[in-house]
Ligand binder design. Structure first.
Ligand SMILES: Nc1ncnc2c1ncn2[C@@H]1O[C@H](COP(=O)(O)OP(=O)(O)OP(=O)(O)O)[C@@H](O)[C@H]1O
Ligand SMILES: [Mg+2]
Length: 376
């Protein structure tokens, strides 16, 4: 969590620093003493929350917030305005109209400040999540449309080239060329299939069963993928409830996650795949943008290289890859995302560079009933 405090008074900044260090030890805090400096840091550092003093000599809080909210780079950062006790109602209204998300009066109560920061953070995370899913939705619509038409064209290319290849003899000069056309068409088909899965255009054949039973089918297969150097742990919740899942899709999802985990641990490590039942309370539901209730979870944990904070918001984008040219197409996690969405679930990722990554897939247990309704 990154917090930027903008206040011309050194004493106030020290006070805020003391409160934050004590109550939010994981937070990173930057302090600046003018609005101009604050704008610069906000643009380059992208804090999660800004604490902004109203009365400052060179550029006051109103002007600072006006500029923050007019700049697309900083407009989505929540701002808590810190005001003097004598600030009247119309000044607060002015601040709110200019985009302040909350007000705090001096002298600041530590508990109130911490509570406000936590609320701002929750709002920002929920908004970021929503923006991201809207972005993927839009890309999915475009990619799905193109992939659908492409798939029809590829059916013709694959069909006729395979037929010609079957008629040709290996010693004939065109045999090798035909083989290359068939191989390329098959690669293109796999790519379009991935895009169709990402955009949820793939037909689903749901099966109602306990997640642990279904997932445990894949243990051997995952073992083959990750190889000898990686220790694989499968932890299954025997008391899990039934969910409706498409076996082929869940297999594909686990395979993509396991391949990524393997690639993140070239020197070996541990891969833990577990299924659990989780009750999502109101607070967590807000964070995940789901309705509160009971969910079945599949968690995939590796002890690999991890993903940096800068790259994390991009990993589900189609064609985003950090792998060498020809090694990764950047569609693995897009496919995972599409599969989770199609199961009416959500996926969350937590990663610490140098320590490892945790992917958690939440599937609502009532999707079993919903899928039955959809089939009718
Ligand atoms: N478990 C992980 N640990 C570290 N980085 C990961 C992990 N999973 C994904 N990533 C990062 O996310 C990127 C995107 O992953 P994704 O599976 O979509 O594509 P890819 O693995 O690069 O290629 P493809 O899966 O299409 O072969 C990866 O290139 C990698 O940088
Ligand atoms: Mg991958």
């Amino acid at each position: 969590m990154k917090i930027l405090a903008i206040d011309d008074s050194r004493v106030n900044l020290l006070l805020m620093k003391g409160i934050i260090v004590h109550h939010l030890p994981d937070a990173l805090l930057k302090t600046v003493r003018s609005g101009i400096e604050g704008l610069e840091i906000a643009r380059s550092w992208h804090p999660d929350t800004i604490l902004l003093d109203l009365q400052m000599p060179d550029m006051d809080g109103y002007e600072t917030i006006r500029r923050l909210k007019n700049d697309p780079e900083t407009s989505n950062i929540p701002v808590i305005m810190i005001t003097a006790t004598n600030v009247v109602s119309k000044d607060r209204v002015k601040g709110l109209e200019m985009g302040a998300d909350a007000f705090l009066e001096k002298p600041i109560s530590p508990h109130e400040l911490v509570a406000h920061i936590k609320v701002m953070l929750r709002i920002k995370k929920a908004e970021d999540r929503q923006r991201y899913s809207q972005k993927l939705e839009a890309i999915g619509l475009l990619a799905g449309g193109v992939a659908h038409d492409f798939n029809n064209i590829l059916t013709v290319i694959t069909g006729y080239s395979t037929m010609l290849l079957m008629q040709a003899k290996p010693e004939e000069p065109q045999y090798e060329s035909l083989q290359m056309i068939v191989d390329a068409a098959n690669r293109a088909t796999r790519l379009t299939q991935s895009l169709l899965t990402f955009s949820r255009k793939q037909e689903m054949t749901p099966l109602n069963d306990k997640l642990c039973t279904l997932v445990s089918h894949f243990e051997k297969f995952i073992k083959n993928i990750v190889g000898e150097k990686i220790k694989l742990n499968f932890l299954c919740d025997q008391y899990s409830k039934s969910v409706a899942i498409d076996l082929g899709m869940i297999e594909q999802m686990l395979m993509n996650l396991a391949i990524n985990a393997r690639d993140a641990m070239p020197e070996g490590g541990q891969l833990t795949i577990s299924t659990t039942t989780e009750n999502i309370d109101d607070e967590k539901a807000r964070f995940l943008a789901v309705t509160p209730g009971t969910y079945m979870c599949i968690t995939v944990i590796d002890t690999g290289c991890g993903i940096s904070k800068e790259l994390l918001p991009k990993i589900f984008d189609p064609f985003f890859t950090t792998k060498d040219v020809g090694k990764g197409s950047g569609l693995g996690l897009s496919v995972v995302y599409g599969i989770v969405e199609q199961h009416r679930g959500v996926i969350n990722v937590d990663s610490t560079p140098g320590v490892g990554t945790v992917f958690t897939v939440y599937l609502p247990i009532d999707n079993a009933e919903q899928q039955d309704l959809d089939k009718r």
